[in-house]
Structures are given as structure tokens and as C-alpha cells.
Write a new protein. Structure first.
Length: 99
């Protein structure tokens, strides 16, 4: 499931540079996440980096876009073909395996 930014967003912008997929951009009303680029940070981090830094906790799972770990890893590899071999699943690189 991709992560989404709710209307609680205060447009601080701290999440934008944290996304490994450059999925976050400034929208008309709030910052927004492109679901086609969101991998819930699978392959890179053990939690969504936007959610980790958001001061108002408005980066949340989108219940309308549920995806499993395998699909998210495949997307990460497609977005980063140069790093595909390095993108693996572990407690450090997947929120699905994090302690
Ligand atoms: Fe909005 Fe949170 Fe991103 Fe700040 S960190 S721009 S409040 S989603």
C-alpha cells in the first residue's frame, strides 16, 4: 500500500528530500506522494522515511492502495535499475520485517 499525505499537512517540506524515490512533491494544497513511485521505502529503510520525519504524523498508509512486500520491492527495482541487485529484504530494509 502506498503512503499518502493527509490534509493535516502543514507544508513544512521536511519529508520531500527524505524519500528515496523522489515520490513527494508540493501539491496545490499540501505536499503529495505519487503512488506510482511510493514503495513504502521497501528495499531501502525499515520504515517510511516521510512518516519518520513528519512533525504532524500525516504520512499514513493509503487503505485504498494495498500492496504486498514483493510488489513494492519490484517497484523499487524498476525505479532504480542501477541499484536493483543491492535492493534486498531484511529487517533493516523492509517495514514488513522490521522488529
Ligand atoms: Fe506535510 Fe508532514 Fe511532509 Fe511536512 S513532513 S510537508 S507536514 S507531510
Amino acid at each position: 500500500m502506498s503512503t499518502m499525505i493527509t490534509e493535516e499537512c502543514i507544508n513544512c517540506g521536511v519529508c520531500e528530500p527524505e524519500c528515496p524515490n523522489e515520490a513527494i512533491s508540493e501539491g496545490e494544497e499540501t505536499f503529495q506522494i505519487d503512488p506510482e513511485l511510493c514503495t513504502e521505502c521497501v528495499g531501502f529503510h525499515d520504515e517510511e522515511q516521510c512518516a519518520a520525519v513528519c512533525p504532524v504524523d500525516c504520512c499514513v498508509p493509503d487503505p485504498n492502495r494495498r500492496e504486498d512486500e514483493a510488489a513494492l520491492l519490484e517497484r523499487a527495482k524498476a525505479i532504480h535499475p542501477d541499484k536493483a541487485a543491492e535492493l534486498t529484504l531484511s529487517p533493516q530494509t523492509s517495514r514488513f520485517r522490521a522488529a
